[in-house]
Design a protein around this ligand. Sequence first.
Ligand code: URA
Ligand code: CA
Length: 441
Amino acid sequence: MSRTDPVGIITAKRDGADLDDEQIRSVIAGYTAGTVAPEQMSALLMAIVWRGLTRRETATWTRSMIDTGVRLDFSDLRRDGRPLPTVDKHSTGGVGDTVTLTLTPLIASHGVAVPQLSGRGLGHTGGTLDKLESIPGWRADVDVDEMRALLERTGAVVCAATADLVPADRLLYALRDVTGTVASVPLIAASIMSKKIAEGTSALVLDVKAGSGAFMTSLDDARRLAEIMVALGGDSGVRTSALITDMSAPLGRSAGNAVEVAEALEVLAGGGPADMVELTLALAAEMLDAAGLSDVDPAEHLADGRAMDSWRAMIAGQGGDPDAPLPTPRHTHDVLVAADGVLTGLDALAVGEAAWLLGAGRSRPGDAVSSTAGVTWHAGIGDPVRRGAPLLTLHTDDEETIDAAVRALSDAVTIGERADTAAPRSRILDRVAPGGTVRTR
Ligand code: URA
Ligand code: CA
């Protein structure tokens, strides 16, 4: 049996050996080409979930995935004859995380281009493209030439990845989803970073979430994921840093599609929930620093309307009407506060599931989502609440979904007696700088 025979590769990893570069390249290329069977790749993925990948194996796995498709290059973008820096941001996914919608135009308003290839939601986390599609006329299908033209003109594009960008990840992710093999730090790191490196940005800022609404529920796992991703970016010449942020409670005051666009507009107009503003500004500072603008205060462009101008150009550039009213739901239902006190907890996973049940998310790729579906809440963590007042509002076009959403939220709310049990916390838990240390496995 040759060293690159799939069965030999599977048994080697099963028994705890390290795979060499040639073995990793051949199995990924073979699976993408159809010569390695899905049941063989499934077995290998499960062995990796248990045995892990070393730092070198993870780097080779990532590079091999990139090599199955095209790698975009935006290093020659120009505006007014001058080179245009590019910086992208990626979030590992949370509930109510509207930050792409505030951050992208904010960064573009500083003369930095943001090529944001985004996904659609699956399960309880919302997809940025689904949110933007609630804006009348807006479309996600932008080809590479149009993407360049928009980046040079407005600096901001949020669009779907084309099929030729890391085809191995599309295939592997679909397989991991149905074989219980998503939850692996090296596989998640390689999946995310292969797409971000192939997308051609020169710098990248990661928002790695920790908490009940995130992939990584513990801070330690989130830190491990952040460290390996920062290192993988550096390997490929993409300056990468990461913030680790709290996703135990959902972000802002809304989770869903149109309700999150409305929340982003509040932030871009200089208001909005404090945690949304905090996270937007912290990530903006990282991104501007990566683009060489370390002494600008990103808050200024939220206050003076320049970020909003940039939003309007970004939406109009992709066919959307920034002045059109957002769609409103046919039905709303309030969940009331059960006791006087202070809101000390709102579970992110439960809120995400409720939004999904109301129609905001999909259960299989390709399902339609409802623009109007979602959940909004009227108090943040640490705020006083009064018995009988509305705490959460459910939004949906399908009245029959309301009972199940209410049930999903039945244990989501914690109310304490005193404010000092829930001092408002920062969402920013930690930072991993470019060149930070990496533990293997
Ligand atoms: N997001 C990705 O793109 N890939 C993963 O494996 C997990 C989250
Ligand atoms: Ca939100």
